[in-house]
Design a protein. Sequence first.
Lengths: 538, 133
Amino acid sequence: MSKDDDETVSSQKFLASFQEPLKPVYTPADTEKTDYACEIGYPGQFPFTRGVYPSMYRGQAWTMRQFSGFGSAGDTNKRYKFLLEKGQTGLSVAFDMPTIMGYDSDHQRAQGEVGKCGVAVASVENMETLFKGIPLDKISTSMTINAPAAILLAFYIAVGEKQGVSSNKLRGTIQNDILKEYIAQKSWIFPPKPSMRVITDILRFCTDNVQKWNTISISGYHIREAGSTALQELAFTLADGFAYVEYGMAAGMDVDAFAPRLSFFFNAHQNFFEEIAKYRAARRIWAKKMKNKYKAKDEKSLLMRFHTQTAGCSLTAQQPENNIVRTAYEALGAVLGGTQSLHTNSMDETLALPTEKAVKTALRTQQIIAAETGVTDTIDPLAGSYYIEWLTDRFEAGAEEYFAKIEELGGVVPALEQGFFQREIANSAYKYQKEIETKQRIIVGINQFVEDGKPDIDLLKIDPETEKQQIAGLKKLRTKRDNTSVKNCLANLAKAAKCSDNLMPHIVNSAKSLATLGEIIQVLKSEFGEYREPPTYW
Amino acid sequence: MKKKNIRVLVAKPGLDGHDRGAKVIACALRDAGMEVIYTGLHQTPEMIAEAALQEDVDVIGVSILSGAHMTLLPKIKKLLKEKGLGRKLLIGGGIIPEEDAKKLNKIGINKLFGPGTPTGEIVDFIRKQTSVK
């Protein structure tokens, strides 16, 4: 083999995920254009590359927040208490598919799906059971809910009130990121335009009434899980974030009135250094754009606070115990990247929802990182690494190139209507799969160190009675509530939907009257219509 | 005479939007020379059976990750039979526990592929099964 051939081989093998060849070693020459004060700086100071707070984990460890929900509200309530007892510090609700799509559990389309990949919550009553014995003024709750986010927030507000906790004391997050639904997770209800109206109504309502609430969790997680690269995750998520800022400002709000309550949600995938650089670049890009382009004055508007979840798509059904190790490395990356909260996947999640035992090991993984590894002692300890700083710069530059492309297409909404993001993600997903099949990418247990036989592992089963009981409960609710009051509340909501009145107070009233999720959504569907995606696979 | 290409309907029933697998499989089958028709998301069993009939496919491949497989797959099988498509190859993929997979095999779902299956294995299976028929 000639020397040239040898170089070709090695440059093919050592490639960043954004397709740039990697050098064997990085030196000051690779970062000489990076001005320390302007681009890196100190934690808690612009451009926040090193972290959003001056003390970071010395002040307080990240929130340990396991995404959790299955079966009935009662089943999930028990799981929450188990997790809190084991030292979890925040809650995160996983809803079932009917709830996510705005169907009541007794709707025909909900058949077979109730309580399967999350918990069924169709009314204030279900929400009350979900948080029974959990004081809402003491804990923060994140809800992974998008198209019907306004309604689940209204349910939560109503339950808070019943517990004697006023809405301004509630702390938590609704995901409420509809743009990434069209782009990646595909759980939409209304078309983009009315969806964005619902979101700006939520922003406005929370600014006055639920002041500690994170109103949108702008999410790259699902974009990555759908198959994007790290750079696409970074660029598309930030583009979505800027789109929300622009919509909010176009609706007449001051940027500093709502931007401090925007938060983010990223994936923690396997390429350790790239992931750390991705988070650092994300903070820097957000701060710069918010300050320079959107002219935010409040420093809180510049802070990118984010939740992280380890990569579900990196887990394997084969030799599932190996997933504990994968998750630990991914979680370490998220912590070194300065996350504010973290979910660690359980080893059995490619096979089913996690068992108590599996989720406990996942939580313990975070606790071990926090207590035993020493990585929390100093802030952003990888800063100044020539490689990390070079990667951070490259991610920022690559994201800027994507922003320019998106702008050329007319912005985020026109770009998604043209299928731009969807195509980019599908192509990356297929490329990733081909890399595995040609062994350019090695996954232990999949294409190397393969073992025969099925994994010997206990799996969580959802009781088939759950669906029947949930349906029976809903039927009872519909007969015992004051149906005239329900009708009036829904009629007022319909009126508001026809004009530009804020929908939120009407949704809260409907929720309190015990109108169900599906009934409220149906009113909005009649006015807004439903979104359909053209079925293309490339 | 040129041999007719195998026609495959790649279908996404149920309410979940996890289309990464369906799309990757669709691309792999296309690259293996098959004609692929993709239904798009959120399809009911009725929509899938109707599409299988209208598109005159040889194979129906169903991707399901929402846990509703024990409700939706038997329904699809039943509707295909009613339309005279009971002998078409019906395969699936997704997160389907083994004991459920066994039950589904018994009612005529020909094969279920789990996470981590190489796409080549699915291509080979389809080729083999459709040439037998």
